[in-house]
Design a protein around this ligand. Sequence first.
Ligand code: ATP
Length: 234
Amino acid sequence: MSTLRVTDLHASYGPMKVLHGVSFNVGDGQVTALLGPNGAGKTTALRAICGTVRSSGTIELDGEVLAQRSATRMARLGVAHVPEGRGTFGEFTVLENLRLGGYSRKDSLDESIEQVFDWFPRLRERMTQVAGSLSGGEQQMLAIARALLLRPRLLLLDEPSQGLAPTVTADVYRILRDLQQSLGTTILVVEQNARAALRLADQAFVLESGRLVLGGPASEIAADESVRRSYLGY
Ligand code: ATP
């Protein structure tokens, strides 16, 4: 079964078309990477899936076509989105950010926050610190932690490596791998840092100028030097 099926996705900002008929699947319990250069339309693809940009095409989640997509509806369906720039509240503490993120939860939020702190011990150490004074890596961890409080079946991540040093990127990706392996969360990650994303992903797709130019098992793409050079710049 495929968790997310994207078919013939078109998206535009006003008169400017950005996606020109993109189709791909995100396998259940797998990590799928959407790669490509600056401006290729990766962020727009995530926005179109979440319904925050004008788009056409079909988005199916576990076989159900999602015609109306709003942030609230997607959250209710178990789709968590960690946007580019992370979307945390800089003037609030780590703990307050987590409480806000889990506000829709009816059961014990404190218990879930404790579980999330087990995944991110650094955040437990810094729970009374305001988010704006965290390091870039810690802010990224906070954004992921907040998304996990929704217990998502599908986690959408926009450039988790952005602005992070390579060792911090490796830390964030290691945590994502652990999460995926132990919770079985399905992940769609958008990345310019193809090298980092391919280490985590099961499958990958490459977007260029709003069109998919390549797709397949991540290990095969990573192993093919000419593909890496031509499409991924490393
Ligand atoms: P990056 O890695 O640089 O974020 P990307 O692949 O995620 O790139 P998008 O952010 O989806 O690319 O942008 C695709 C195109 O759409 C770009 O040409 C960009 O300038 C344009 N674009 C993005 N957001 C908007 C917006 N809100 N209004 C108008 N044009 C936009």
